[in-house]
Design a binder for this molecule. Sequence first.
Ligand code: ADP
Ligand code: ZN
Ligand code: ZN
Length: 736
Amino acid sequence: MFANVIVDISIEKLDRPFQYIIPDALADRIYPGVQIEAPFGNRTIKGYVIEITDTPEIALDRIKPISGVLSGSVAMESQLIELAAWMRANYGSTMNQSLKTVLPVRKKTKPMERKWLELVADENDARMKLAIYESGRSTAKARLLRELIVQKRIEQSLVTAKLNISGATIKSLEKDGMIAVSTEKQYRNPIANLEQNKRNLQLNPNQKRVVDAVLANVDAGIQKTYLLKGVTGSGKTEVYMELIAHAIEKGQQAIVLIPEIALTYQTVMRFYNRFGDRVSIMNSRLSDGERYDQYLRVLHHDVDIIIGPRSALFAPFENLGLIIIDEEHETSYKSETAPRYHAREVAIQRAKMCHASVVLGSATPSMESYYRAMEGEYELLELNQRVQDRPLAQCEVIDMREELRHGNRSILSTRLQERMEECLQKNEQMMLFLNRRGTAGFVSCRACGTVLKCPHCDVSLSQHRGGRLVCHYCGYEIPQPKTCPECGSKYIMGFKAGTQKVEEFVQKRFPDAKILRMDYDSTRTKDSYESILNAFANHEADILIGTQMIVKGHDFAGVTLVGILAADMSLHVPDFHGTERTFDLITQAAGRAGRGDLPGNVVIQSYDPDNYAIQAAKNQDYDAFYRQEIAYRGMMNYPPVNHMLVIGLANENEQILAKEAENITIYIDKLLQNHRRDCAVIGPADASIAKMNDIYRKVIYIKSKDYSLLVAVKDRLEKKQALSNIQYDFDPMSGF
Ligand code: ADP
Ligand code: ZN
Ligand code: ZN
């Protein structure tokens, strides 16, 4: 057996591992992540094992044996490499892809430097010197010295700006023996310079019960995963912060995962207010340099808490005590590139490696997590009441087919219009949520049914401002045609209303209302997303209209009405998660109403009002939804009851792809012939996007109760030669 070893991961050597023989005497101590010693030229080097293989990469007589295993302190890198190896094995990718996911891009950026000016002269001497400067009309020198006599120590940049002082003045004061200049290396904290506003809430008895349940296990040395199911506004975030505070008290660190879209100023401030600059954030807006700085700050023990999306999971904390995943049902926790890992699973794996606790939180837990909790794998903790007994919003479902029968063809039902009227009269705020997941925004011909699609990606083009049609996968763009390219009819138009249409209608209906709109178009610039949210929070508008962007975790105390337009649009996406997503979205949207002191109302408009997702969401009854949905998943052998592996094949040649997909399906069938009762092979079929960027795509599905069987199939396929690109997606979160 051979070990592939990377020598130094601080200089981008990730793509060039060296191979060594594993001596028999060391065999059981060598696995990915372990630090070893080995000969290199005529010296001995230290390196990390990243992979074990039975395939030699160079002539056998040129491969040397590993000389020793380094024990003792386990370097942070060892743990992360071990995690990368686990990801490679469980999700399918190259070791390189896994390592690059786990270890940060190393950018040789210089840390920022902060210069400090300090008064070193005795105060009396300084005052005498000051008098000399003043009489000699050295006004700049006088200004600086005067300030330093008062302040003793100031940051240079503050002085130069405030007192208009040059570098020469500083030098001259230094030469006069009045001051000393010192330099401090400063890694950038993206949230530095915030105003801290400490406020410690007393946990209510429900919150305390949850915290105590976790701490009891922690104190007993029991490592566990918890599912905190708490209705929106039940105080989950306060629970997280309390648990983090306990971890920090014990000298441990914490990672908090939050979906990128909910990682707003508001959220960050809550953590900052409690923990000050021991908190830092990671998000996709950080530059590589800033991201690397975060990595270093963690390594140097400058921070105890990292908040961020999926990738924050790999913060190199040496004494990690707690991983929190908020809104754990969010699809963004699943990576859509290889390795296609789920943050929840990797978090649990990492936590096991360092004996940390994992807390998954959600008002609408994913089917996966709730199923695991029911099976006893996770411990279920619940918060069933809103803080301060604020009632949940009142929900009603409006049958839009009835509306049509009564001659109302507009986007808003009569009932919703009444509610809006009331709301505006009371000077309260409302949100109108347009469910656009799935099919919305496409352009079709009412005469012949033709839908305009991207010629490269086989998905419908979406209508945008200024009469443009845009492909959301590849960016292909055309002006909207005036007539149908197939039949010449002029009845070619957007099929479903977009947010802009809703805005126009609402403005016409309520001319005095102030409206804000948030969607793909209005949030393309970097900060517009946050500025729209802020404007709404400051009551600069009465109505906020938007897509799913507006329902993710934003807390607006003034909102008393939420209108959900076309609630069921997401029911019919070609993906087994459609019903779950619909339930989540409606429940989350409804949770936006009545967050402050005033009670809330929710109006759900639907063309399929009896659907169990709509009914359960209306009653805010998660358990009822879960019972029906899990029965469906079980019947269809979908996750979480079974596991599912999607094998995605891509090739620019349609014929080669079709042939290869057939062959691979036959090959898998043979592999699994002794497991017929435990698994099913489906396909090959066109992928939901059958062509992307001119590359054809097909899928094969395997369902099995036994995850390791699916991993075994992947392992065999990885060793097989193939003409097409092959990707693996275990327990998919969306269509391939
Ligand atoms: P969730 O995360 O479950 O939606 P939050 O933690 O955001 O709930 O709490 C909702 C609101 O209630 C927040 O404004 C929070 O500051 C407040 N809150 C939470 N816990 C308490 C408490 N024990 N006492 C008073 N207010 C609280
Ligand atoms: Zn037509
Ligand atoms: Zn396209």
